[in-house]
Design a protein around this ligand. Structure first.
Ligand code: 5GP
Length: 203
């Protein structure tokens, strides 16, 4: 039986609450995992190399592009971010449902390359709340915050290109909704055709 895991794109503007939602999804199911991206952004104080990101230089990032192992990559607010194709494939082949927590340009690349990827966009209930969350987080300078807010408006415009849009006005409800979407997606008939074949063999 083919137990290959799902490929799940999770996007949403900075401050939409993606990390909190991911934390809740991991608690619900330990076969859901996040792909660890490479980035040229500076590490934040609380971040851990290899857990939050692989923090690398611009030269190292370019080398990865040249190696041809980037499933997708994009420049976001002056830094580069990208996903390793081989790491994602390995996790999926080991049966994990792999979440790519990526911005909209990279998401578009994955949608074009991987027709069976599930895509979900998280929106904040309002720009006012998004601003409050970003300011309270305190991880960016004023200039970076402005860049992220400009980018947020552009990103929200792309939400309609995703399979699902989930509003994050209640973190528990948002995580539950996303979990249910993932569970339903796993039961799509074309994904479990092989089970039917197994059952029919016994007839
Ligand atoms: P942050 O700097 O806040 O960690 O991430 C900034 C943005 O980059 C977020 O929207 C995040 O989802 C996105 N991002 C993180 N990793 C990747 C990646 O591998 N590829 C792309 N395209 N975007 C990413």
């Amino acid at each position: 039986m083919n137990n290959k895991g799902l490929l799940i794109i999770l996007s949403g503007p900075s401050g939409a609450g993606k990390d909190t939602i991911l934390g809740r999804l991991f608690l619900k199911n330990d076969k859901i995992i996040k792909s660890i991206s490479a980035t040229t952004r500076k590490k934040r104080d609380k971040e851990i190399e290899g857990k939050d990101y692989h923090f690398i230089s611009k030269d190292e990032f370019n080398d990865k592009i040249l190696d041809g192992d980037m499933l997708e990559y994009a420049c976001y607010c002056e830094n580069y971010y990208g996903t390793s194709k081989s790491e994602v494939e390995k996790l999926r082949n080991d049966g994990y449902d792999v979440i790519l927590k990526i911005e909209v340009e990279g998401a578009k690349q994955v949608m074009n390359k991987c027709g069976d990827a599930l895509s979900i966009f998280i929106v904040p209930p309002s720009i006012k709340i998004l601003k409050e969350r970003l300011f309270n987080r305190g991880t960016e300078s004023e200039k970076e915050l402005e860049l992220r807010l400009d980018r947020a408006r552009e990103e929200i415009n792309c939400a309609v290109n995703y399979d699902y849009i989930v509003v994050n006005d209640d973190q528990d409800k948002c995580a539950e909704d996303i979990y249910e979407i993932i569970c339903a997606e796993k039961m799509r008939s074309y994904r479990i055709k092989n089970i039917i074949n197994e059952v029919l063999k016994e007839c």
